[in-house]
Design a protein around this ligand. Structure first.
Ligand code: ATP
Ligand code: MG
Length: 561
């Protein structure tokens, strides 16, 4: 691969390998098990796993469970499932930061012995006050001059539960005048009398993220610790921890210690990505759980009918950058269309049915017509579709008084029933409210297969479903859940929800071949888009329920480079 086609992370890695700092690449994905993963995490997973693959290295899954307040075992399992579904393989390398609590404690003791950490009695508020501001240096912590012996004894008392939450912390001794606020004696350990989902009551002190994360990377021999931009200002602290205590923990002492590299988070227009926001939608009952198809959690995308391949394509098109920006949701839709268009059969479904009766077709007869599954991919072969005297068509495909350029069904007009016959509308029946209830046609038996018998042409082609063979289905159509142009939030703090984000159509019909469709099966429905069988509805045996993944129309154009 030429250098130009490589992203900046790959260029760093190439350089590290060329200069002999490392032999290979070892990456990790470090989720905090406090919520479900979303499309932004998918980017991080595919990036980290992709690098490991590209360089013949390894990829670890590591749960960053250093904060026992929010972590839940259920999220651990959901996260594993999501990553597996994406196709990222951690083999036997699934780790938990909490497995390293003993080593982290030892590292803190080492820092104290080196005179690089001290126990402070300042409250969280005082620590904030003493820290100073961006323009003013901080003040020395009055406890920073404690002796090593006193610090060792106090720190072990912290571990032994002799202090209440917030009474004491362990701080790094770095530089209260640093221009980087993160270097002004950051807190390394805090007291928290809390049960941990894995270590139970063993610990009542827990390491802070900025101390724990570099140690986790070092212990696992991670070469490139890839994270998002908000950690850029933390890199000096990351490097400090590695230099002071991390480097000696790595299993590969002949290689460079882990190197942190930051990239921009993925943001999408008109969707909610932040875990906190999604949580709020779930907790307020606005959506049907973490996997509601309007969300962009990985579970939701899977339920909606997105594929791992489509997300891979999406992540590739987004590229890796150092500048924050929002990607158009339409690009995600483009990717799923691209992935499905050659893979899926084009089936017939009628979302808003009205009955057509073909008066000159024999009563009680069924014939099976051959239909090509995908006109662009002949390898998908063909199927047979039952046809009979009565068929459903879309209500919008008939008009009593058509405007100009309306080529579908109207009295006196001949159209093609797709793959079936030419039919001409003769009359129709309305109920007392003026709603059309049935349409009467005659067909031309010589036009079987929808082929013109004599060269005469019809302008409209209409899809249909045979009435006696029709399978009832519910179809759910989606729009984005928030209107970002108006802002995600209203002035009163409520979410700016799109009232049309979900439309449920309960009286749809689909062709008989879909009777056995299973959860996650997806299809193209003629003219309507791509649809996927809803897994949750199937489990709750609500009958066939399809989610629209994406419509067929797109205004999205790939940027030309
Ligand atoms: P959120 O802000 O959505 O709650 P988080 O950063 O708190 O996400 P973590 O579980 O801590 O979630 O993240 C695990 C990894 O995923 C981190 O390395 C983080 O940098 C990365 N990540 C999180 N959000 C995004 C995003 N939008 N784009 C790319 N990577 C992301
Ligand atoms: Mg986080």
């Amino acid at each position: 691969m030429e250098n130009e086609s490589k992203n900046f992370i790959e260029q760093f890695i190439d350089q590290d390998i060329k200069e002999g700092h490392c032999r290979t690449v070892r990456t990790r994905f470090p989720p905090e098990p406090n919520g479900c993963l979303h499309i932004g995490h998918a980017k991080s997973i595919l990036l980290n796993y992709g690098l490991a693959q590209k360089y013949g290295g390894t990829f670890n899954l590591r749960f960053d469970d250093t904060n026992p307040t929010k972590e839940k075992t259920e999220f651990v399992e959901a996260i594993e499932e999501d990553i597996r579904w994406l196709g990222a393989d951690w083999e036997d390398r699934m780790f938990f930061a909490s497995d390293y609590f003993d080593k982290m404690y030892e590292a803190a003791v080492t820092l104290i012995k080196k005179g690089k950490a001290y126990v402070s009695d300042l409250s969280a508020e005082q620590i904030r006050e003493y820290r100073g501001t961006l323009t003013e240096a901080g003040k020395e912590d009055p406890y920073s001059s404690r002796s090593i012996e006193e610090n060792l004894s106090l720190f072990s008392d912290m571990r032994d539960g002799k202090f209440a939450d917030g009474e004491k912390v362990l701080r790094a001794k770095i530089d209260m005048a640093s221009s980087n606020m993160n270097m002004r004696d950051p807190v390394l350990y805090r007291v928290a009398h809390m049960e941990h989902h894995r270590t139970g009551a063993k610990w009542c002190i827990y390491p802070m993220y900025d101390f724990a994360h570099p140690l986790e990377d070092a212990i696992e021999g991670i070469t490139h610790s890839i994270c998002t931009l908000e950690f850029e200002d933390h890199r000096p602290l990351y490097d400090w921890v590695i230099r002071e205590v991390g480097a000696q923990m790595t299993p590969n002492p002949d290689e460079m210690p882990p190197r942190q590299i930051e990239f921009a988070k993925l943001y999408l227009t008109n969707v909610v990505t932040g875990k906190r926001y999604i949580k709020r939608l779930v907790e307020e009952g606005i959506v049907d759980g973490w996997d509601d198809p309007r969300l962009v959690s990985i579970a939701a995308l899977r339920r909606r009918g997105f594929t791992p391949e489509s997300l891979k394509l999406f992540v590739e098109l987004c590229g890796i950058s150092k500048a924050n920006s929002s990607v158009d949701y339409a690009m995600l839709e483009y990717c799923i269309r691209e992935d499905l268009k050659l893979k899926k059969s084009r089936m017939m479904a009628v979302l808003d049915p009205v009955k057509v009766i073909i008066d000159n077709y024999p009563e009680g007869e069924t014939e099976y017509l051959e239909v090509t599954n995908n006109l662009e991919n002949e390898r998908l072969g063909s199927r047979t579709v039952p046809f009979s005297r009565e068929v459903y068509i879309e209500r919008e495909d008939f008009m009593e008084e058509p405007p100009k350029k309306y080529f579908r069904m109207f009295p006196g007009n001949e159209v093609r029933l797709m793959n079936a016959y030419f039919v001409t509308c003769n009359s129709f029946v309305k109920d007392e409210n003026g709603v059309v209830t049935e349409i009467h046609c005659t067909y031309d038996p010589k036009s079987r297969g929808g082929n013109s018998p004599d060269g005469r042409k019809v302008k409209g082609t209409i899809h249909w479903v045979s009435v006696p063979h029709a399978i009832k289905a519910e179809i759910r159509l989606y729009e984005n859940i928030v209107d970002e142009e108006k802002g995600v939030y209203n002035e009163d703090g409520s979410l700016n929800l799109n009232p049309n984000s979900l439309t449920v159509l309960r009286d749809c019909v689909v062709e008989q071949n879909l009777a056995d469709a299973k959860a996650y099966d997806s299809f193209q429905f003629v003219r309507q888009g791509f649809f996927c069988v809803d897994a949750k509805a199937e489990k709750e045996s609500e009958g066939l329920v399809f989610n629209r993944i994406v419509s067929l129309k797109s205004s999205f154009k790939l940027p030309t480079t």
